[in-house]
Design a protein. Structure first.
Length: 407
């Protein structure tokens, strides 16, 4: 058994370090990042990015054109799943374009009549439920006519940092979502989950269980890109975390901080269970920093189960951040040709979002919560078909540090 573990560890290290020694030439059994499938994924990602960029610029006509092109490409690909996704996306983008045209007169009316209740309601609903712009949409709903939606918007804005009030507001948005369909339903649940994430660590059972379950049930990927709230001013000189606890099935090979390999003496193995591992990584993470984990898994073990979860901890041992699929701060790379830049450049492939795990380890999230009771995240991975993935967390805020040479 000891010999087998050493063999697996050596193989993992070879995969991890060989990436930076030479670019794969192709033609062998380890030709992971090449071929038609890799190009198909790249083309799909580029098409979706073009749609998102057009929407974020309020160019709904351009978004529809990009979505039509994406569906046309999907039809010629022969991939039924890709075609289904592209068709659904096109339907959502067309619905958004129709809603934008419908709400345009109300938005125009507010320029001269900012207190018009009906116009405020219509514009607020569009911003919240079609654009995910709650920062601008909620104040408009508050100025709308009396009703459940106005009352809920008032409660949302008044909740502040009171965890009990926030939990009540999240429950209310979740309940309200049951009356909606399509993108509005997704955005309402996303709002609820956003609030649940903020308060779940402060809740006691059974409320904590309710929050955790609904965070897991909320949409991982919204059908339309949301407008991000105004970024808060952050202190870039103080670390937000001093260590990171990780739980992996099977294990992490190398870990990089701002492109530099984290020394082995900064990594402490905390536990091992049938090959899966937990460890504590000592590292100061400041706003603008990034950390990359190379995680590997043997698909032939335990029915193909795999897992990665992380919990950033501050100096007091509190939760600073968690692996998750909602924040947009976690990305993944599975292409050996791209790994070197993914590791050494903070923003490279940052839009290549980490994905949900399809065959989770049966211990699930118990292990990460054992060391971090306040953990409110999700297990993540890269491409579900890859068993050697690189996962990057970018600490929000701060200026981008200069890339460092990888080792």
């Amino acid at each position: 058994m000891l010999v087998l573990k050493r063999f697996v560890l050596v193989i993992g290290i070879v995969f991890s370090t060989a990436v930076f020694a030479a670019e794969p030439k192709g033609g062998g059994i380890f030709e992971f990042g090449e071929g038609k499938q890799s190009q198909k994924r790249a083309d799909t990602a580029a098409a979706q990015k073009a749609i998102d960029q057009a929407i974020l610029k309020d160019d709904y006509e351009g978004a529809v054109k990009a979505a039509v092109a994406a569906e046309s490409a999907a039809r010629t690909s022969g991939d039924a799943a890709q075609l289904s996704a592209a068709t659904a996306r096109l339907s959502d983008v067309r619905a958004l374009q129709a809603q934008a045209a419908k709400v345009a007169p109300a938005i125009e009316k507010l320029k001269n009549s900012p207190d018009d209740a009906a116009a405020n309601l219509e514009a607020g609903q569009f911003l919240c439920f079609w654009r995910g712009d709650w920062e601008k949409g909620l104040p408009l709903l508050v100025k709308g006519p009396d009703g459940d939606l106005k009352a809920l918007a008032q409660e949302d804005l008044a909740a502040g940092i009171d965890s009990a009030m926030q939990f009540g507001v999240a429950n209310a948005w979740w309940a309200y979502s049951s009356h909606l369909d399509g993108p509005p339903k997704a955005f309402a649940r996303d709002r609820a989950a956003e609030i649940y994430v903020k308060v779940v660590a402060k809740l006691e059972p059974p409320n904590r269980t309710v929050a955790q379950n609904r965070i897991a049930q909320a949409p991982v990927h919204l059908p339309l890109p949301r407008v991000m709230p105004t970024a808060a001013v952050v202190d870039t000189s103080t670390p937000i975390a001093n260590s990171v606890q990780i739980v992996c099935d099977d294990f992490a090979c190398d870990i990089y901080h701002n492109g530099k390999l984290i020394p082995v003496e900064n990594r402490k193995l905390q536990g091992e269970e049938y090959g899966a591992q937990g460890e504590l990584v000592t590292v100061d993470l400041k706003p603008g920093d990034w950390i990359v984990f190379n995680v590997v898994n043997n698909r032939q073990r335990w029915g193909g189960a795999y897992y990665f979860a992380a919990a950033g901890q501050d100096a007091a041992g509190g939760l600073a951040f968690a692996s998750d699929l909602r924040s947009g701060n976690w990305s993944a790379c599975d292409d050996l040709k791209e790994v070197s830049r993914f590791v050494s450049e903070r923003d490279y492939l940052k839009d290549h979002a980490a994905q949900a795990i399809q065959k989770p380890w049966d211990a699930n999230n118990d292990r990460i919560r054992k060391g971090n009771p306040d953990w409110n995240g999700q297990a993540i991975w890269g491409d579900p078909n890859s068993r050697s993935t690189w996962l990057k967390y970018i600490v929000p805020g701060g200026e981008k540090p200069k890339p460092a040479a990888t080792k």
